[in-house]
Write a protein that binds this ligand. Structure first.
Ligand SMILES: [Zn+2]
Length: 446
C-alpha cells in the first residue's frame, strides 16, 4: 500500500486523491484464474491473490461475467464467496450460443454433464477463419428449454440475495459478435440475442443489461429496439455495451439510446479506437479489464498515453523530492547552529523534528542508488511503464506474481490512466465518473 501512496502523491501532487475502480467486466469464472489452462493444472489456484491485488490498487468491486450456464453459475458462487466485492451477471454470450442449434450434442448446461473439459471464455481477438454458415436453423424446442432454465437460474439467484450481498446484478453477457462466427453462425446468434432480450424484458423488476456487440451494430440496435421500444423506453434499468470497439457514430447512437460504454484494453488498439474513447461522455463511461483477455499492449495506440502518464508522475515525484531536499538542507544547518548557540530554551523543542526531516531525502537517495544498482545487476533498462507486480510465465509461477498473458483486474488502473490521457482530463475525473455510473446502473453501494 505504501507504494500506492507514493504513486498517488507523485501522479496527482495537487490533491491526495485515492483512485477507486469497479471492473465491470472480468471473467473470473474462467479456470485460468484457478491455475488451469486448457484442462491442465499449470500452477496453484491463485484466485484469492488476483482479487487481493485488485483490492490493493483500489479496484474494490468486480462484476464477474457469466457468459454461459456454467460461468454464470460459477460467477454467482464467487459473488457468495466475496460478498460486497464480487458481483455477477448471467447470460449466454454470442460465442456460446451454438447451444441453440440442432447440431449441438451436449446438454446446454455443461455443468450438469460429467467429465466436461474446462471451458475458457473466448478471447477478445477476432478469428473469422472458419465461420459457421447460416442455414442450419434453430432448435426451437431446445431454445424454449434453454430460456426457461436461464429464467429459473435468474429467479433463484435473485431470491437468494440480500441487499447487503446482491450477488447477481445484471443480465448478460449477451449480444452479437460477427467477428467470431466460427463459434456460432449469425442466424443462431440473432436467435439467441432476441430470445434473451425477450426474457430480459419480461423480468419483474428488470435487470440492467451487460451487452456485447462486435461488427454487428445495425442488427444489435434493431433487436434492442424491437424488445424495448424505438427509444428503449421500456428498458427499465439501462445497460452497458462492454468492450467497445465500434465507430464514433455507433457509439453516439448507443449513448443517445441511454446506454453506457465499457472501455478496456481492446478499445485502445488503433488511433481510430482512441478517437472513439475521446468522444465517450464521462457521464456514460464505465471501465473494465475483460481479463484474462484484452490487456493493454505496447503495440496498442493507447500505450503511449500510459507512457506519458508514468513519465509525468516520475517527473512530479522527482520535483517533490528535490524541493524537500532544498527545504531540508538550510533548515538542518539552521538547526545545528541553533543547537550550538542555545541552551535549554523553548526553541530547542522545535529542533527535535529536524533530524527526521533531514533523513527523508537521504533515504530516498539510498533507495534510488539501490534501484540503480539492481538495474545494473539485471542488465535491464528501466521499463517505460513500471509493473506494479512482478510478472512471470505460467510455467514459472510464484506466489504474489501476475502471470504473463493473463490479464487481471488490478491492471484496471492502466485503463483509467489511458482514458484520462486520451480525454485530457484527470484520473480523478475518470475514476469518479465511472464509479458513479456503475454504482447507479448496477445498484451497488457507493
Ligand atoms: Zn464481450
Amino acid at each position: 500500500m505504501a507504494r500506492i501512496n507514493t504513486q498517488q502523491a507523485s501522479g496527482t501532487p495537487a490533491t491526495a486523491y485515492t483512485p477507486r475502480y469497479i471492473d465491470i467486466g472480468i471473467n473470473l469464472a474462467d479456470p485460468i484464474f484457478r491455475g488451469r489452462y486448457h484442462g491442465k493444472q499449470r500452477h496453484p489456484d491463485d484466485l484469492k491473490a488476483v482479487v487481493g491485488r485488485a483490492v490493493e490498487v483500489g479496484c474494490t468491486k468486480l462484476i464477474v461475467t457469466g457468459s454461459s450456464f456454467k460461468s454464470s453459475r460459477d460467477a454467482l458462487k464467487l459473488a457468495k464467496e466475496f460478498p460486497g466485492t464480487v458481483f455477477s451477471t448471467a447470460g449466454i454470450h454470442p460465442c456460446s450460443s451454438s447451444i441453440f442449434s440442432p447440431s449441438h450434442h451436449k446438454h446446454h448446461d455443461e455443468s450438469q454433464s460429467e467429465g466436461e473439459e474446462d471451458e475458457h471464455t473466448p478471447a477478445c481477438d477476432p478469428d473469422p477463419s472458419k465461420p459457421i454458415p447460416d442455414g442450419e436453423g434453430v432448435d426451437h424446442e431446445r431454445s424454449t428449454k434453454i430460456i426457461a432454465d436461464l429464467s429459473d437460474f435468474i429467479t433463484q439467484a435473485r431470491n437468494n440475495t440480500s441487499s447487503s450481498s446482491p450477488g447477481l446484478v445484471a443480465f448478460g453477457e449477451f449480444g452479437l459478435d460477427y467477428d467470431r462466427l466460427h463459434y456460432c453462425s449469425k442466424e443462431v446468434q440473432l436467435h439467441s440475442f432476441a430470445a434473451q432480450l425477450a426474457l430480459a424484458a419480461s423480468l419483474t423488476p428488470q435487470l440492467p443489461l451487460f451487452l456485447h456487440s462486435r461488427a454487428a451494430h445495425a442488427d444489435f440496435v434493431r433487436l434492442l429496439k424491437e424488445a424495448f421500444g424505438p427509444r428503449l423506453e421500456r428498458l427499465e434499468k439501462g445497460g452497458v455495451v462492454h468492450s467497445f470497439t465500434g465507430t464514433v457514430d455507433e457509439m453516439r447512437e448507443l449513448m443517445d439510446l441511454g446506454l453506457y460504454i465499457g472501455i478496456n484494453g481492446c478499445s485502445f488498439k488503433t488511433a481510430e479506437n482512441c478517437e472513439v474513447v475521446r468522444e465517450v461522455d464521462l457521464s456514460r463511461l464505465m471501465i473494465e479489464t475483460d481479463g484474462p483477455w484484452c490487456e493493454v499492449r505496447p503495440s496498442h495506440e493507447g500505450w503511449k498515453y500510459l507512457v506519458e502518464w508514468e513519465a509525468k508522475a516520475k517527473a512530479a515525484s522527482e520535483a517533490i523530492a528535490a524541493e524537500e531536499a532544498e527545504v531540508a538542507a538550510p533548515a538542518a544547518a539552521a538547526a545545528a547552529a541553533a543547537a550550538n548557540n542555545s541552551t535549554n530554551s523553548s526553541e530547542g523543542q522545535e529542533n527535535v523534528e529536524q533530524p527526521e526531516r533531514k533523513e527523508k531525502p537521504k533515504k530516498q537517495q539510498q533507495q534510488q542508488q539501490q534501484q540503480q544498482q539492481q538495474g545494473k545487476k539485471n542488465q535491464k533498462k528501466e521499463p517505460e511503464v513500471p509493473e506494479r507486480y512482478k510478472v512471470v510465465k505460467k510455467e514459472k509461477w510464484e506466489e504474489g506474481a501476475m502471470v504473463k498473458g493473463r490479464n487481471e483486474p488490478c491492471t484496471i488502473e492502466r485503463v483509467a490512466k489511458i482514458v484520462a490521457g486520451i480525454k485530457g482530463v484527470s484520473l480523478e475525473e475518470v475514476c469518479e465518473a465511472a464509479w458513479a455510473n456503475t454504482v447507479k446502473v448496477f445498484g451497488l453501494d457507493s
